[in-house]
Design a protein around this ligand. Structure first.
Ligand SMILES: [Zn+2]
Length: 161
């Protein structure tokens, strides 16, 4: 989940840096200084995204966030993708909702919607099944390893069984 969040934050930070070099700078961040801009425009979407991720993952654990699943780079890219989606969603929302609510609120909302959809469609972890290959481990728990792919059966999985 940390990698997911880092990927998410990285996209917004990149976008922020990119914006520094465009003429839009004053229109977007004119009233804020650099540091508070980073906190508001990168931090708030990231916190909103993290809150949604934690909530959804708590209700139904995803393979993506399981340390035993051996995903090293995937969560980072998934976070990056969620952030991209958040920006795409935020464009029409900000354009139409600008006069009523602040940009930061709209960006936070877009973040929640985008991250929610990305996490929602991530593969859930099946209790009692191998995290590596999905093999049903309910009869092989005492062997300590998955007979299909050899992954170690974690304590977590045995507890879920
Ligand atoms: Zn397996």
């Amino acid at each position: 989940m940390l990698r997911f969040t880092i990927g998410y934050f990285a996209f917004f930070l990149g976008l922020f840096v990119f914006n520094l070099f465009t003429e839009d700078w004053y229109r977007w961040y004119g009233a804020l200084d650099y540091l508070s801009s980073i906190v508001f425009l990168c931090g708030i979407p990231t916190v909103c995204a993290l809150a949604v991720t934690v909530t959804l993952n708590h209700r139904r654990p995803r393979k993506l966030f399981d340390p035993d699943a051996g995903h090293h780079v995937a969560p980072f890219f998934r976070g990056f993708l969620a952030a991209m989606l958040a920006v795409v969603i935020s464009i029409p929302i900000v354009v139409f909702g600008d006069n009523h609510v602040g940009d930061v609120v709209l960006l936070g909302f877009a973040s929640m919607v985008a991250t929610g959809s990305v996490v929602f469609f991530a593969t859930p972890r099946k209790p009692g099944h191998c995290i590596g290959c999905g093999y049903d481990l309910r009869c092989s728990l005492d062997t300590g390893r998955c007979p299909e792919c050899g992954s170690t059966i974690s304590k977590l999985m045995s507890a879920n069984e």
